[in-house]
Write a protein that binds this ligand. Structure first.
Ligand code: BG6
Length: 470
């Protein structure tokens, strides 16, 4: 007998399910890419019937331009809801219709990290080939808890059944970084400390924490964004050529980067290496502890102890309620060794830059100096831009749709391996410990600004040039 696919979403009424999972599942359904036999059950603590549940998850799906009510009505036939208190032992007793050994069960943990252990406790006797578990980041709370969580997961599942999600890895432009670096002869030879001055990796949002206070206030932006998305992005920008383009070889190279991140922190001024901020008004958000020091902004300066990256600073910056929505990487190149044009360059002396924009538009811009037409020799920075939408007409597949599809196909290439998660936590733990020991402060900033005033310490000459000329 062919087994049916059953997707069980823990945290089925949460924000992630409404905003990302159901819109992505529906997109795959519309495109005919979901397994035909798939059934989906949302699990949550609220008392809802199936109809109330489908209403609850409809609002975000409707916002999509491609929403099609006829298709949606077909799709919701696959969806059911179960009220379930997962913190109880034996939460699934008498609920065999939810988890049956006759199905291929795909467990999706869209839950805060402290809830993961309850799910594992409840499914621990169910080791079965074909089943899969998907775990949302942050995977653990620190190095120690990530190890414990990995041990717990491995009691029930084999590594090839565990999918640790970091949706940034499936964003089109991030995947393109591999093609950009390794399929072109012109970039890789200069991708090192001989030519590169510094690198900025930024992920800023206009929105605040919205109605995620319960999750966010216990986690904060360093665990929510830096440990996962930004460190993964850093590893893709800096890794060496993998032996092959397979999941394992790519993951091996990423690991080497994480191992080499400098953890020997000896700062004169902590603020030049690690800044935390909180937007004004955060403490008034419903559900936030009035004395919370949870950061909503973080900036970290990181060095990688390898020959390729010796002395190149990597600036990782992320914040909520900032002045723009953007995810981008800016590679700043060193000046040429000659001084032929000296003061003829406009403004300050110009750095060449490669800017990889991941959001909101998908594009790559190369910035270089050109002679301004005229009788005098005046140089100005100009942009050479490749924008996805101008070259390719195919619809860009959203990250979650791509990842869900890969889970059905059992392809782990875009999922993080346990060791890289553990090493990335070591980096975060080292910074957090140093911050704590140096009695670092969480600085206030105005919503709609570029972060706390002190973040100007992270604005180097290259970055000033970037802000002037973008
Ligand atoms: C999530 C974080 O992983 O990524 C959120 O938990 C954040 O806090 C979101 O808002 C940003 O994702 P995207 O795809 O909109 O950049």
């Amino acid at each position: 007998m062919n087994k049916k696919h059953k997707l069980l979403i823990f945290g089925g009424t949460g924000d992630l399910s409404r905003k990302k999972l159901f819109p992505s599942l529906f997109q795959l359904f519309r495109l005919g890419l979901l397994p035909e036999d798939l059934e989906i059950t949302g699990l949550g603590s609220r008392k809802l019937n199936d109809i109330e549940y489908t209403e609850h998850i409809t609002d975000y799906v409707r916002k999509n331009k491609a929403f099609d009510i006829k298709k949606w009505n077909e799709f919701i036939k696959k969806i059911s809801y179960e009220q379930c208190d997962i913190t109880r032992c034996n939460a699934f007793d008498n609920k065999n219709r939810i988890i049956s050994d006759d199905n291929i069960n795909i467990f999706y943990l869209a839950l805060a990290p402290h809830m993961h252990k309850y799910v594992f406790n409840n499914i621990r006797d169910r080791r079965k080939s074909g089943d899969r578990i998907i775990i949302e980041k942050p995977f653990g709370y620190d190095y120690g808890s990530a190890i414990k969580l990995n041990e717990l997961a491995k009691k029930v599942f084999l590594e090839e059944q565990i999918y640790r999600i970091d949706h940034y890895l499936a964003k089109e432009t991030i995947q393109n970084i591999f093609a950009f670096r390794f399929s072109n002869g012109i970039f890789e030879p200069i991708w090192n400390s001989k030519y590169i001055d510094s690198v900025y990796i930024e992920a800023n949002e206009l929105i605040g924490i919205e109605n995620r206070s319960r999750y966010f206030d216990s986690v904060g932006i360093v665990r929510d964004m830096v440990q996962s998305h930004l460190l993964q992005l850093l590893s893709i920008i800096t890794l060496d050529l993998p032996k092959s383009f397979t999941a394992e070889d790519i993951r091996d190279e990423k690991m080497k980067v994480f191992k080499k991140i400098n953890k020997n922190l000896q700062f004169d001024n902590m603020d030049e290496f690690f800044i935390k901020g909180q937007y004004k008004g955060y403490l008034d958000e419903p559900g936030v502890d009035k004395s919370s020091i949870t950061p909503t902004y973080a900036a970290m300066k990181i060095y990688i102890d390898s020959i390729r990256w010796q002395n190149v600073p990597f600036y990782l910056v992320t914040g909520k309620k900032m002045n723009e929505k953007c995810v981008r990487v800016i590679i700043n190149f060193k000046h040429p060794p000659n001084k032929l044009f000296g003061s003829k360059q406009q403004g300050c002396i110009m750095h060449n830059q490669i800017e990889i924009t991941i959001q909101p538009a998908e594009k790559i811009c190369i910035r270089f100096g050109a002679k301004k037409p005229g009788t005098d020799i005046v140089l100005e920075p100009v942009n050479m831009v490749f924008e996805y939408k101008n070259y390719f007409k195919n619809e860009i597949v959203p990250a979650y749709s791509k990842l869900l599809l890969d889970i059905f196909k059992e392809d782990q290439s875009l999922f993080a391996r346990n060791d890289s998660i553990e090493y990335s936590w070591q980096v975060i733990d080292t910074y957090e410990k140093y911050f704590h020991e140096s009695q670092g402060k969480v600085h206030e900033y105005d919503p709609g600004s570029s972060g706390p005033d002190i973040s100007s310490l992270f604005v180097t000459e290259c970055h000033k040039q970037y802000r002037r000329k973008k």
